[in-house]
Design a protein around this ligand. Structure first.
Ligand SMILES: NC(=O)c1ccc[n+]([C@@H]2O[C@H](COP(=O)([O-])OP(=O)(O)OC[C@H]3O[C@@H](n4cnc5c(N)ncnc54)[C@H](OP(=O)(O)O)[C@@H]3O)[C@@H](O)[C@H]2O)c1
Ligand SMILES: [Zn+2]
Ligand SMILES: [Zn+2]
Length: 327
């Protein structure tokens, strides 16, 4: 067993503080990674503040972080795909049962027995798993991704959650040239949604509550930007969207967006607000519209997403924060 430096929250209201956590010595299928960058996903905030207590109560100390990019420092004897010195990435899952139909189909995000990267029972060391706000991590090779070498590494980190969470439903619902696609909420997930929808050739409309994000939205690839508080602007888009991705982290009026879907249009929720959203029956009934959700993505699709980003030279826009682990 090795010690790693990490930033942990001791409770729902305490700030993160430097601590030491155990990491297992690499076993035969393990890849040991020196973490170079880790994204800050809003899920980290929800989890640290115990806002998902109903479904995933937080165990403290909690070390969040599931948008991890680093360099391989050691591999177990049975590892074939990675060697010391390679770039490597880890997302929201570090294991699954590998035998259920979902795992066999490469859809590990639906496995009833998956292990999330943090705040999940650790089958190796006991206790819970610790995430990427740390200087190292040890992960089974099946859950380690390859990073295209043309991409900026800091901008790659958020692809491991914000990227796959927006890419996966867009592929599932057929976002492509000629489709009108909405993205609600221009945060970490939303801005990746805009980049992917644009790269897939769709006509992209961003809905935001923040007037100062208009220029950013256009620069990221939006064709139009709508301030969602402007009822007249919203009205202009009634019944016109093939697909809307809702990436809002807080309570909001979802019916305002359901009404913008055309016949058989779909709104996929990826944002995970603490409180239930209320849906008007007629917003669904009229136009045979559908509302669904989508969690992250499986390992094969996460690799496909990273390869897509490599081909399109596409990464997340990031603000670099320094985490000082030297003391
Ligand atoms: N489904 C999954 O697998 C999955 C994966 C990762 C994250 N998530 C969830 O997705 C959500 C977004 O994560 P993120 O990292 O992108 O968060 P983020 O960067 O904080 O962005 C959230 C955006 O939501 C909008 N927003 C915030 N408060 C709002 C309010 N009161 N009313 C309306 N809009 C509001 C804002 O956009 P504007 O300023 O443009 O309005 C904000 O930028 C979180 O709930 C997170 O837990 C889900
Ligand atoms: Zn996340
Ligand atoms: Zn499984």
């Amino acid at each position: 067993m090795n010690n790693a430096k990490a930033f942990a929250a001791a409770g729902a209201t305490s700030p993160l503080a430097l601590t030491t956590i155990p990491r297992r010595a690499p076993e035969e299928n393990d890849v040991q990674i020196e973490i170079l960058f880790c994204g800050v996903c809003h899920s980290d905030l929800h989890q640290v503040r115990d806002e998902w207590n109903d479904v995933m109560p937080t165990v403290y100390p909690c070390v969040p972080g599931h948008e991890i990019v680093g360099r391989v420092t050691a591999v177990g004897s049975a590892v074939t795909g990675f060697k010391a010195g390679d770039l490597a990435a880890v997302g929201c899952m570090v294991d699954s049962d590998r035998t259920c139909p979902e795992c066999q189909a490469g859809q590990e995000q639906f496995c009833a027995n998956f292990t999330l990267t943090y705040n999940f029972p650790d089958t190796h060391l006991g206790g819970v798993t610790y995430g990427g706000y740390s200087d190292s991590i040890v992960v089974d090779q099946r859950f380690v991704l390859h990073v295209p070498n043309n991409l900026d590494l800091a901008g790659v980190a958020p692809l491991l959650c914000a990227g796959i969470t927006t890419y996966s439903p867009m592929r599932h619902w057929g976002v492509s040239e000629g489709k009108k696609v909405g993205v609600v909420g221009l945060g970490g997930l939303g801005h990746m949604g805009v980049k992917f929808a644009h790269a897939l050739g769709a006509h992209v409309v961003v809905f935001t509550t923040s007037p100062n994000k208009k220029e950013d939205a256009l620069r990221l690839g939006a064709d139009e930007v709508v301030l969602s508080k402007d009822a007249a602007e919203m009205e202009k888009h009634t019944s016109s969207f093939d697909f809307i991705l809702d990436a809002v982290s807080a309570d909001h009026d979802i019916n305002a967006y359901m009404n913008l879907l055309r016949r058989d249009g779909n709104l996929t929720l990826v944002g995970a607000p603490q409180k239930p959203l209320s849906v008007a029956a007629f917003a669904l009934i009229m136009g045979r519209r559908s509302l669904s959700g989508s969690p992250i993505g499986g390992i094969p699709e996460t690799q496909a997403m990273l390869n897509f980003c490599g081909q399109h030279n596409l990464t997340a826009d990031v603000v670099l924060l320094s985490i000082n682990t030297s003391h």
